[in-house]
Design a protein around this ligand. Structure first.
Ligand SMILES: [Zn+2]
Length: 66
């Protein structure tokens, strides 16, 4: 078992912090919306989180953009 764990998907897109196109590592996170613990468990939304590999700036975008 010597498989490399280098399967993090990356994309090249504009980084507003760098002001240019950079490589971003992309991950999907479930984020809880709202501060009410009663409903928080039912309001988790998937976010696409892109981290700039040049400056570390992260950009989270809600995937279910209704
Ligand atoms: Zn950047």
């Amino acid at each position: 078992m010597s498989s490399k764990l280098t399967d993090t998907p990356t994309v090249t897109e504009h980084c507003e912090h760098c002001g240019r196109e950079t490589v971003h590592a992309v991950a999907v996170e479930l984020r809880t919306e709202g501060s009410d613990p009663e409903t928080a468990a039912f309001s988790r939304e998937p976010y696409r989180v892109a981290t700039c590999e040049a400056c570390g700036h992260t950009t989270a975008r809600r995937m279910n953009d209704a």
